[in-house]
Each structure stands twice: as C-alpha cells, then as structure tokens.
Write a protein that binds this ligand. Structure first.
Ligand code: N01
Length: 868
C-alpha cells in the first residue's frame, strides 16, 4: 500500500485509511459499521478466516455465553433486533456465531475485513502523525486512528505445564477448538482446568468419553445455568419496549437489568438470607447472584454466607463426600473469580467413569508421551483437553508490537500493569483506542453494552475532532495516572484483590498483579465518560490543523466510596445545616447518628460524669476487651463546637478503642452558642485534668494519657495540649488531631477550592465560628491554636488532613509549625477523602486504613513512652 500527501496540507501526510481496526468480533464489527456510516475509510484486520472473534475460536463442547441471550446482543439496530430470535436463555456458541455472521451479512461488513491477517507491528510516526502498520501478510498500511478491538479473553495463556509438547495422543485447547467435530467416544480423556471453559465442557465430554479424569488445581464456584427457553418475563419485558429495555441496561450496574438489593447480607435475618440465596440458586443468572445483596463482593462476612451456601449445594449434589469437599472452593471470596454457570457440572462427578484429581495434593510433575504423571500416579490418556485460560485483558493488546511516541513500546510502558485513561486510550500513544480495555468495566459487565458504549464514545470523539479540524487525541499523563489510581482504589474497596484470578493477572506467571477491570459499574462509568466529553474532553490533549490544546485534569479524584457517600447525602435532599436553626441542626445531626453501622464491639462501654470547668460533664468510656489497666485517650467529638456528642462519634470511639487497645473517654463539652468561647476549650482542659487525676480509678495507667479529637474536637485537643504545657500539667503523651480546626483564616486555598460540594462547606465553618466566638476572639490561640506564639514542647502529634476539606491547609500549617518548633510530628494526608468520610466507620472502606494508622500510632506512642 502506498501513502499519499494530503492535498492543501504540506505538513501532515494523508494516511491510507482513516481508521484501522484489529479484530472482527462484536466490537470490531460494530465499529466498522459506525465508521462507514460516518464516511470514514476503515478496514478490519482479523487473524481468523471469518468473523466472530472469541466466538469463532471457542468452539468447545458446551460453549455458551453466561449472559442471557437477549441481553448479549446488539442494540444499535432496531431491524436487527426485530428479525433475530434467540432459541435459548443462554445461546450456544454456534448460535452466537450464526448471529455474528448474520450481522456481517446484513451490513455487508466482510468487504472491509482482511481475514487471515494479523497486525504484527504498529508504529506511531510522529512527524506524519499517522500509525504505520505491518501485517502478517507483509503489507504495510498507514492510518490516522488505530483501534484494538481484540477482546478481553482472546490471547490464550501460554501452557506452563512441563512436557506439554511430548504427548503423542490428541491435544485440544478450549480456546482454539477444531472446526470439525471432535468425538471422544470410547476414549480416555483428561481435562486440565476447571474455570468456565472446563466447567462447561466437562459434562459433555463425560457423555462421550470412556474415562474422564479432571485435573483440578483450584475449585471454582458454579451455579446452575438452568438453561431452557428464554424466560417469559424477560422476553415480554423486551418485547414490550426494546429501546427502554436497552436504555435501562445501559444505565445499570453490569449492563443487565436485574434488581439490585439495597441491603447487605448481614442486614437481614438468617431465614431471609437463606431464602434469597435459594431464589437465586433457582434463577440461574450470575449477575443476579452477585447483586442479591449489595455487599457480596465487598463485605467478607456477607461473602462467607453466600460461599457456604454454594458449598452446601455442592455437598448435596456430589455423592462422594471427599470428592465434594475437593470441589468446594475455600481460598477466595465467592464472586472474586468469575462465577461459573453450569449444566450438571457437579453431578458429573457422580458418574462411575469420571474421576477428579486434586492437583493441590498431587501436582502434575510432567506430561508424558502417553499421559500425565502426577506426584503419586501415572495416568494414560488418548486425549488431553487444556482448559487453562487466557492472558486476559492485556495479552491480545501487547501481542502486537505497538510503539508510540519516541518509539516507546506499549509492552514496556505496561510492564508494571496497564495504564490507561478510561480503559480507552493510553498516554504516549496518540490516536490509539482500545475497546473494553483494561480500566473499563469490560469483563465485569455485559460485554455487548460495554462494547457499544466504547464504540459510540470513540466515534463521537472522532466527530468532535473532525468538527474542530483536529486529528490527534491523546490522554495527558495526569489524567491517566488519576484514572489508574481511581480504578485501583475502586478495586481496593472490594474483595476482588484477594483472589488469584485473571482479573488480577494472577493466572499468568510473571504478570504484574494489578486489578485490571473497572468495578464501579457501567452506569457510573458511562456517566464519567460523558462527563469527560461535557468538560471539553477533560484529560485529553488534542491537536491538528485547527490548533492544539491541553485540557489537563483528573476526572475522579475523590475516593469511590466517598463519592457514593456524598451522593447518598445529596440524595436525601436536606437543606444546608448553616441555613438551619441551631435546634433543627442538632435534631438533624442526631437523626443522622441513628442510621449507620454501630462500629466494632469493645470490652465495655460505661457512661459517667466528670468535672468540667463550670460543672459536671457527661462522658462515655470505652474499655478494650483485653485485661487492664490500659492507657487512656481523652477524645473530643466533632460538630463545630455547636453540634455532636457522645453518640455522634460513637462508632469512631469504639474503633479507636478496639484498635489502639486503650481506654477511650469521649468527653462532652459545653456547646455554643449557649456557651461561647472559651467554654469548650476550658471544659476540654478540665476534662483532661479530671481524667489524669482519676486514671487509676478508671483502671487506666497513670501518666499514659493521650488526647484526640476530630474537627472542632481536634481543635479542643490541640488547645488542651497548649494549656497543659503552659500550666505545667497534666502530662500528655500524644495528641491525635483529626482534620482539626487550627485557625480562623477562612481564605486559605483549601477553603477556596473545597468551599462547596464536600459536605463540610466554607459557609458551614463560618456558621460554626460565628456561633462559637466573637470575631475579636478568632485570633486567640485558645480558639486558633496555630496562632500561638510558642508551639514548642507540645506532645508528639499526628495530624490527619483530608484532601477535599476546607480545613486541610490549616491542618498542614499546624503540623509544619509544630515541627518547626521541634515537636515530633507526623502528618497523615488522606488522598481522596473529605472531612466526614475519614470518620465514617464501616461506611467508607477507603478511610479505614488511615484510622488503623491513627490507632497504631497511639499504640506505639504509648509503648514508646513506657520504654522511655
Ligand atoms: O479460564 P480460567 P477459562 N496446571 O482462567 C487451570 C470467560 N468464559 O477459559 O485457577 C493446572 O477461568 C486454572 O487453575 P488455577 C469467563 O469470563 C466465559 O475457563 O490457575 N491447572 C483454572 O482452573 C471466564 O472466567 C464463558 O489454579 C491450570 C483453569 O485452568 C474466562 O473466560 C465460557 C494450569 C483456567 O480457568 C476464562 O475462563 C468460557 C496449570 N499449569 C470462558 N494453568 C462463558 O461465557 C491453568 N490452570 C460461559
């Protein structure tokens, strides 16, 4: 193929094609159709000799989709939808392939597909601003845009079993099954691998084989598919309004409309939990299985109940109890490896000619000319079936030698794990798109919905460029790093990272262990992708004859579970607290405290009364379960000196007690506006004096005393340390200041940047300050401890700040000022957290590590003070 120079543009070369697409599966075909419709010249290169992608190759017996047929089909063409009828709930591979072939025929797609041709190298030519490709046929072709539509599960994992090439009998791979029918009748057959492919094929191979031996390394969870006719309800929903049905799927969690529970598994009675599990066992739908409760893949306790339910089903189905136990998975949470859907898989092990070999007990030592040797037995076989899986999500992409700017190889850039922006593009590789790439919902969704969304997004992007006379688009490094972080953060608040799954790259030796897909759901993901566009392609740099521009930024800098918390709060539609009367604000604040998880158990909780600066004050004491005596932490609640109390911070105090192994005494203090400055500070100091004097009576360790507080409570804790220093006691070992108020300057950057939108607003802080103190007192170090002349000789401090908090900068300033005065200070900045999320025990998982660190710091501080 030749290259031409674009008329009227001496600088940029006219490419042979506007777009080259790799892969003629569902993604490539729809993309080709769209591109043609938009008037682009486009071609697909496909290594197979026909369309189909994964459904072309995976022809093993029993191969079916595990998403229901109606959902797993294109939505872009009403005629196509109307004319195609699926015959079963879960279509077989041949039927799906017929559907894809029908689509190729209907839209006359084959004429722009070069079959039996691989793209071997793709090199970005910076000067000409084109991609230069070389194919397995020796052709070269240039294109402006290059799209990898190569599928997530298309590159088979390299066989990592010794002697695999020695076997003289027939070998088969589920992922590259012969086109001619394979007949196992009368044969001794081995199957290695018990993932979805193994679990689907084993019952059918067993029907033919004289002997079937299954080599299992890791058992998997599988639920019955209950295949049959398309469920009547689903069919009628679909027929009643196809577009509405599709639109609902596009805005659903997994690209399939199933009811999503708003309850966690532990929030219902044992009977209801069991009943729900039984219901989904009958339903035969893997999306429903993991959404029957909203925390199956997030809460270990909930997960364990479902896992045990499935294990009991396995035990009930398999006659031999040892075999049943071998089939029971224990070493990963259910749902964190793709749940399998089967037809009579477990029952197959009741057949007399089927045997299960547990490779955990007797690993394969080698494959031989005639069979398989395990550590304690030699097996003879006529045929071996490898169902050993894929180099998922990245394998097919890096299989092409892709070189971006300055010749950087994509495989090198991704050596420590894939880095993408939105799973669609990667920095340094302009005009290279991936469909359902790593960092997008892809394999955690109905692929058809995700494919269509990506194709549409890419096509809209190309239109945008054309409209603006631009021809180059690429994510910025900042945007990409932010997205990679966000995808990891989302993975980290689930149980997925606990499994050695292909989602984690853990099935391929040497592959970096990184959570590959985006777990936040297709609905949230679609919102984000749209937001990027609406914000003028946030995170992208674009250039071309129409100019160049960079719109740098991070699309989701807040932790995913914090965002969910903020959305819940927003959805409640309450007016801002600072627009409420104090009485209403307190009622509201108290009502919020009743609707949350209680926090962990502690040894004992006792309410009592201590002596404040102007009378008695209530306190709540949390005692660890371990034998006393214990060090004591005097804790001051948040609430802007106006709101809050022992109840508001109760879960946080329980957790602090349980994790620090110290007594935590949550002390009341007089509230403003009834008792204005310095009442709260004076009460705080008096409370600490009282605690110090009564430490032994409280079964605390005398002189093992720390102060802690959150927000305005952090302000009181900081002030108490200064007062104690100046008054010569009591001795305080440590101060834990959690997002503390330390100053009255409301003009710092963090006040401006986070003035609104992160629950604690600048207006609310102003409301608190106004209630607490006269402006004349705002500079007083007893109100604004940062303003103290002397910050030396204060107790060692841990200052916790949150990224999206108006109080962030004053916390940082206080930490720096104390450090400059010689105080041992640790600053713990909490990325992606807001003022309230840091204390949301059992609601915000992403802040748990920070709280554990605070408790640990206290624990170590107490230990160090004992040693000293
Ligand atoms: O692959 P897998 P798969 N020695 O990786 C074992 C989709 N899919 O092709 O877990 C011994 O799940 C390996 O053991 P272990 C679906 O998303 C969908 O079955 O590594 N054993 C495991 O048991 C699915 O999740 C459908 O210890 C070895 C098995 O091989 C994904 O594709 C159908 C081994 C591989 O399981 C992948 O499924 C089919 C070794 N050296 C696939 N190496 C449907 O739509 C690997 N194993 C229904």
């Amino acid at each position: 193929m030749t290259t031409k120079t674009r008329p009227g543009n001496g600088k940029r070369e006219q490419a042979d094609l506007d777009v080259v697409v790799v892969g003629a599966g569902f993604a490539g075909l729809y993309l080709l159709h769209r591109l043609r419709g938009m008037g682009y010249t486009a071609k697909i290169f496909e290594s197979a000799d026909d369309v189909g992608g994964t459904w072309y190759w995976n022809r093993y017996p029993g191969a079916r989709c595990d998403i229901q047929s109606i959902d797993y089909s294109y939505s872009f063409d009403a005629d196509l939808e109307a004319e195609w009828q699926w015959s079963e709930k879960y279509a077989t591979q041949p039927e799906i392939l017929r559907y894809i072939q029908h689509v190729a025929d209907k839209f006359d797609l084959r004429r722009d597909i070069e079959f039996s041709t691989r793209v071997e190298t793709a090199v970005w030519d910076e000067k000409a601003s084109v991609w230069r490709l070389r194919t397995s046929q020796g052709d070269t072709v240039s294109c402006r845009f290059y799209v990898m539509a190569t599928g997530c599960l298309s590159a088979p994992k390299t066989l990592d079993i010794a002697g695999a090439d020695r076997f003289r009998g027939a070998t088969y791979s589920t992922s590259h099954w012969p086109h001619d029918e394979v007949d196992f009748t009368g044969l001794r057959v081995a199957v290695i691998g018990t993932g979805s492919s193994g679990i689907q094929s084993i019952p059918l191979i067993a029907e033919q084989a004289a002997q079937l031996t299954v080599f299992q390394r890791t058992p998997n969870f599988s639920v019955p598919a209950r295949n049959g006719p398309i469920p009547a309800r689903k069919l009628s929903d679909f027929e009643a309004g196809r577009e509405a049905f599709r639109e609902a799927a596009r805005w659903s969690l997994a690209g399939v409309t199933v009811p999503i529970s708003d309850k966690g598994a532990m929030q219902v009675s044992d009977e209801e939990r069991q009943a729900r599990y039984e219901r989904i066992w009958e339903a035969g739908d893997l999306i429903e299985a993991v959404t029957i409760f909203n925390d199956i893949v997030a809460n270990p306790e909930s997960n364990a109940t479902f896992a045990e339910f499935v294990r009991n089903k396995i035990r009930a189905k398999v006659n031999d109890s040892d075999v049943a136990e071998t089939l029971c998975p224990y070493d990963f949470p259910i749902g964190t490896k793709r749940l399998c859907l089967d037809s009579h898989y477990y029952e197959t092990y009741n057949l007399p000619h089927v045997r299960l070999v547990d490779l955990r007990k007797t690993p394969i030592t080698t494959i031989t000319e005639t069979g398989i040797d395990s550590s304690d037995e030699s097996f003879e076989f006529d045929a071996i079936v490898f169902a050993t899986g894929f180099d998922a999500m990245t394998g097919a992409i890096v299989a092409v030698n892709i070189a971006g700017r300055e010749g950087v190889q994509l495989s090198d850039k991704w050596a420590d794990g894939p880095k993408t922006y939105l799973g669609l593009m990667t920095a340094g590789f302009p005009n290279l798109f991936m469909i359902t790439g790593p960092g997008s919902p892809s394999v955690l969704s109905n692929m058809m919905v995700s494919i269509e969304q990506h194709v549409d997004w890419i096509c809209d992007g190309l239109e945008h460029l054309r409209h603006k006379s631009l021809d180059m688009i690429e994510p910025t490094e900042t945007a990409e790093a932010g997205w990679v972080q966000y995808v990891n953060d989302f993975g980290a608040i689930t149980l997925f990272p606990q499994a050695n799954s292909w989602y984690m790259g853990a099935n391929v030796p040497g592959k970096p262990r990184v959570f590959l897909p985006y777990v936040g759901g297709v609905d949230v993901y679609r919102t984000i992708c749209n937001e990027v566009v609406d914000n003028d392609y946030l995170g992208f740099r674009c250039s071309g004859p129409g100019g160049s521009r960079v719109n740098d930024g991070i699309v989701r800098p807040v932790q995913p579970d914090v965002t969910i918390l903020m959305q819940i709060i927003e959805s409640l539609g309450f007016p801002p607290i600072n627009e409420m009367s104090v009485a209403d604000a307190r009622t509201f604040d108290e009502s919020m405290a009743t609707e949350r998880p209680p926090g962990p158990e502690v040894g004992e909780i006792v309410d009592g009364v201590l002596t404040g600066a102007a009378g008695e004050l209530a306190y709540r004491l949390y005692r660890p379960a371990s034998p006393g005596p214990h060090p004591i932490v005097a804790y001051f609640h948040g609430g802007g000196w106006v709101l809050g109390g022992r109840d508001s911070d109760d879960p946080a105090c329980r957790e602090l007690c349980a994790q620090s192994d110290a007594i935590v005494i949550s002390c009341d203090y007089r509230h403003a506006p009834e008792n204005r400055f310095p009442a709260a500070a004076d009460d705080g100091y008096a409370a600490v004096q009282w605690i110090a004097e009564n430490a032994a009576a409280l079964d605390g360790i005398p002189r093992q005393l720390a102060v802690a507080g959150w927000s305005a409570g952090g302000n009181i804790a900081a002030v108490v340390c200064q007062l104690a220093r100046d008054a010569g006691g009591p001795e305080i070992n440590a101060q834990l200041l959690i997002t503390p108020v330390t100053d009255s300057d409301l003009s710092r950057d963090s006040y401006v940047d986070n003035a609104d939108g992160y629950v604690l607003t600048a207006d609310l802080m102003r409301w608190c300050w106004n209630h607490y103190a006269d402006p004349a007192d705002w500079q007083n170090p007893k109100a604004a401890p940062l303003r103290a002349d002397n910050l030396a000789n204060l107790p060692p401090a841990l200052v916790v700040t949150c990224e999206f908090d108006p109080l962030r900068d004053e916390g940082v300033a206080y930490a720096e000022a104390m450090a400059a005065a010689g105080v041992p200070v640790r600053h713990l900045p909490c990325r992606g957290q807001i003022h309230t999320s840091i204390m949301a025990v059992d609601m915000v998982i992403s802040s748990a590590a920070a709280r554990a660190e605070m408790a640990n710091w206290l624990r170590q501080g107490f230990r160090a003070s004992v040693a000293a």
